[in-house]
Ligand binder design. Sequence first.
Ligand code: SF4
Length: 241
Amino acid sequence: MPNVNRILETLEKTYGPQQAAGPTDPYEMIVYLNCGYPASDARCAKGFDALKREVGLSPREILAAPQARLTKLLRLGGIVPEQRAERLQEIARKVKGEYGGDLKAALKKWMQEEKQQTGRGVRAAKKILREFPVIGEPSAEKILLFSKLAPVAAVPSAFVEVPARLWFGKAGKSYAADYGAARDILSAGLAGTIEARQRAYLLLKKHGQQTCKRSQPKCEICPLTGQCAYIQLQAADRNIV
Ligand code: SF4
């Protein structure tokens, strides 16, 4: 089984230290993820920056803005802006009505529970987050990690094939199974700190963007060939043939 920390050291030597993009407040992270579609850092940032500049980000400001105005701004972040404008108001309404305008405070309360009983607070916080539009388990875990609420071993959702190839040689039966298996590997191999887990997330994401691409990994230029299960599986298949 390739060593997690050795892999990350190699990736950091290759790409350098990575910085997270986007906001780090849980409510703003949900807004950000709804500002672009198909979601990418570039599209989400365009929609989010326009929203922040022209309307503001608070639930009150988003609820006061006409939908047509939100739609116009969100068009900068890609397709289906009308639906995303509706979703922004749904998010704002929920945060204002159910969490008194402060989602982070509600999540923090659950992190106090986490100290009493491991797993309980994180499960409850993820459940709250998953009630918002487009937030599945991977995004909920990313939000907890990058808002520094919990050192969850989140895996970059658009690059789950990177750990699947590295540790198992290929993708498994389902996205959910691959995501869970990758999270378990990271959780077991990394220090239980926010910094260690953010670093792993960002380096795996960068590797997926630059080299271990979804449709066609560029193994010929990859610095991890000596450690990668995908390469070993390919070699074994060639020997059998
Ligand atoms: S060797 Fe190929 S499959 Fe393995 S991590 Fe590198 S690019 Fe991905």
